[in-house]
Design a protein around this ligand. Structure first.
Ligand code: C2E
Ligand code: CA
Ligand code: CA
Ligand code: CA
Length: 279
């Protein structure tokens, strides 16, 4: 039994060594990922379900690792947050996304706002507002075409700082959405005090909506509350026609999800949704 135990122990140890080796490799390589040109952005359209037109896009980062292939953000964003690389990464994302909109415009596409995800660590930087202003000026980019997505939980830290930054951004015309709404615990009064333009309903509600009447009731409440507060609403993670029908019924007309499009490279992001069955 003892031998068996130690064999199991060795086996287990080897397995965990391998993961940590990968972690170490990722952490080391992430530092040079920008300089090595290994980051790229995909774009997922936000769709008006009535017209099926693209009303905006969200930029989502990918890391093309030379040995490990494409690394999804859920695997390296946490590492980047730990090492502080998240700030230069998101600065790269902001710049690249804004340049992409200008490129689309040059190519004659109809321009829509681009949304970029901003982490709590980045949001807390004292100079975040100024660095965004500097970027917009350098690129001569219209602030109304830039949107920032900030999670509900990130907004709940250091409320005074967050409110001041969001107010400044709003003044110059950059809009802010609350991302993953419904997964945190913000009170309604707090929501009212935040200068945000849009709520993105987390995909967990959208998924459960069809089968679970509680989730449907929550989604319904979120939508009517957002309307009363004068906020736009986007439903995230819309995958089925049934969900689209429910959203239509609830008068939530903006949706993002695989039903319409996965995140795609820039050359496909603004294609119209003509090959999708009407619902
Ligand atoms: P998110 O901001 O909630 O972005 C939406 C995620 O849901 C994306 O995953 C997208 O591919 C996925 N998604 C969209 N539609 C559907 C659907 O119909 N079904 C399902 N199951 N999933 C759908 P992705 O690209 O893997 O990104 C995951 C998360 O990584 C993002 O969640 C965001 O929190 C984070 N992320 C991505 N880029 C950045 C960035 O530049 N900065 C920061 N801080 N986070 C980022
Ligand atoms: Ca987002
Ligand atoms: Ca989200
Ligand atoms: Ca999310």
């Amino acid at each position: 039994a003892k031998e068996n135990g130690s064999a199991q122990y060795r086996f287990y140890d080897a397995a965990s060594d391998q993961t940590s080796l990968e972690q170490v490799m990722l952490e080391r390589d992430l530092e040079n990922a920008i300089a090595n040109g290994q980051l790229r952005l995909l774009y997922q359209p936000k769709i008006d379900i009535r017209s099926r037109r693209t009303v905006g896009v969200e930029a989502l980062v990918r890391w093309q690792h030379p040995l490990l292939g494409t690394i999804p953000p859920l695997k390296f964003i946490p590492l980047a947050e730990k090492s502080g690389m998240i700030v230069p990464i998101e600065q790269w994302v902001l710049r690249t996304a804004c340049m992409q909109v200008k490129q689309w415009e040059l190519e004659g596409s109809e321009v829509v706002p681009v949304a970029v995800n901003i982490s709590q660590i980045h949001l807390m930087k004292p100079d975040i507002y100024q660095s965004i202003i500097d970027l917009l000026q350098e690129l001569d980019f219209p602030p109304s075409l830039l949107e920032l997505e900030i999670t509900e939980s990130a907004m709940m830290h250091n409320e005074e700082h967050v409110i001041r930054i969001l107010e400044n951004l709003k003044q110059v015309g950059v809009s802010v959405s609350m991302d993953d709404f419904g997964t945190g615990y913000s009170s309604l009064s707090y929501l009212q005090s935040l200068p945000i333009g849009c709520l993105k309903i987390d995909r967990s509600f959208i998924h459960k909506m069809a089968t679970d009447s509680d989730s449907r009731a929550i989604a319904e409440m979120i939508i009517s509350m957002a309307k009363q507060l004068g906020l736009d609403i986007v439903a995230e993670g819309v995958e089925t026609e049934e969900q689209v029908a429910m959203l239509r019924h609830l008068e939530c007309y903006n949706a993002q999800g695989y039903f319409y499009s996965k995140p795609v490279p820039p050359e496909r992001a603004l294609q119209q949704m003509t090959d999708i069955p009407a619902s």
